[in-house]
Design a protein around this ligand. Structure first.
Ligand code: NAP
Ligand code: GDP
Length: 332
């Protein structure tokens, strides 16, 4: 029994020493945030990190996916790579969102299984939740009814990751799981006005309006509600999920319901951070999208009652400062 215990202990030590983590989508908003948190906090002993971009492999292609997994032989994967966009890009390109994300996810998860990856943490989103639902939405409700029409391609493709995870567990006992973040923002976001999410879009539009002395045009009525999460906070939570979270079922990574804000409130915070003094106009000819997707973070709070989120105005200020300081290299 002692011998068995020693071997088991040595094996466990070996396991904690050897963790080769490959991050798909390592050049994006969330990938860059994980990289920065690791630089600031230092990786744990025995952890080796590899950050991939689409130049390393087009994950829509199975052979390229297999080649990059063979090259790095990861034991763990954080799977972020995806076709991502704000409401308006989603409305224009439902078919592309569906096909790209279905291919990427099937290739990554099947190849991870083939090369014996121990754990995969993939990324869902609260914008895949049912449109007609009760609130707050929790992890058990992802498949309870169709998503909002505006982004059904992205939503259904993302929901299928949960199906993949359950099926790999059922057939092969794989611990492949997923997190469900709310609307993410921070340095290295996509600040493209037509394609990006609301906060990078508003930051870029406010910056331009200030430079050009024009009005800021906020799209839609400003009434929809959103929970926003700062990318650096999300990155810290991702590291916890990778190292500690043991369930196959997904977990919502979100600020509390009480921290939900309207688009109008969010626009005002951006206006203050950039000290914009011009007129703010609401363009109601543009879509509002899903009115709200209020998510419960009760499950997260059970695991991490003490976790502190960066206050929203502080995180917005840091993101605006990053955009102004890095205007030339920012994605826009
Ligand atoms: P992002 O900034 O747009 O970055 C996307 C990443 O995916 C980039 O590294 C990109 O590589 C890579 N990628 C895209 N297509 C690829 C392909 N065919 N092959 C290989 N790599 C590819 O996205 P993000 O905001 O960080 O999102 C990360 C994850 O979080 C995604 O799964 C997304 O669905 C999820 N999520 C995002 C939000 C949000 O508000 N942003 C909210 C909830 C969930 P290149 O840089 O080389 O193009
Ligand atoms: P969603 O949270 O998945 O719906 O996606 P977004 O991050 O794109 O947020 C969309 C919400 O913000 C809608 O209510 C839009 O009407 C509103 N909005 C206001 N201005 C903008 C903008 O400049 N860009 C985007 N993407 N949305 C905006």
């Amino acid at each position: 029994r002692i011998v068995f215990f020693k071997i088991h202990w040595l094996f466990m030590q070996g396991e904690t020493r050897m963790m080769r983590v490959m991050v798909t989508g390592g050049s994006g908003l969330v990938g860059k945030a994980i990289e920065r948190v690791l630089q600031e906090e230092g990786a744990r002993e025995g952890e080796e990190w590899i950050f991939l971009t689409s130049k390393d492999a087009n994950l829509m292609d199975l052979e390229e996916t297999r080649a990059v997994f063979q090259k790095h032989r990861p034991t763990h994967v954080i799977h972020l790579a995806a076709m991502v966009g704000g409401l308006f890009k989603n409305m224009r390109q439902n078919l592309d969102f569906w096909r790209s994300n279905m291919y990427i996810n099937d290739n990554v998860l099947q190849t991870a299984h083939e090369v014996d990856v121990v754990k995969v943490v993939s990324c869902l989103s609260t914008c895949i939740f049912p449109d007609k639902t009760t609130y707050p939405i929790d992890e058990t409700m992802i498949h309870n009814g169709p998503p909002h029409d505006s982004n059904f391609g992205y939503a259904y493709a993302k929901r299928m990751i949960d199906v993949h995870n359950r099926a790999y567990f059922e057939k092969y006992d794989r611990r492949y799981t997923a997190v469900i973040p709310t609307n993410v923002f921070g340095p290295h976001d996509n600040f493209n006005i037509e394609d990006g999410h609301v906060l990078p879009g508003l930051i870029h539009k406010t910056y331009k309006a200030q430079k050009e002395g024009t009005a800021l045009h906020v799209w839609g009525s400003g009434r929809p509600l959103r929970q926003f999460i700062y990318s650096l906070d999300l990155a810290r939570l991702f590291l916890w999920v990778l190292r500690e979270y043991d369930e196959v079922d997904p977990i919502i990574l979100s600020v509390g319901e009480e921290d939900e804000v309207s688009i109008k409130e969010a626009a005002n915070v951006v206006v203050q951070a950039l000290e914009f003094k011009g007129e703010v106009v609401y363009d109601t000819s543009k879509a509002d999208g899903q009115f709200k997707k209020t998510a419960s973070n009760t499950k997260l709070r059970k695991y991490l009652p003490e976790f502190t989120f960066t206050p929203f105005p502080e995180a917005i200020k840091k993101t605006c400062d990053w955009f102004v300081d890095n205007y030339d290299i920012a994605r826009k």
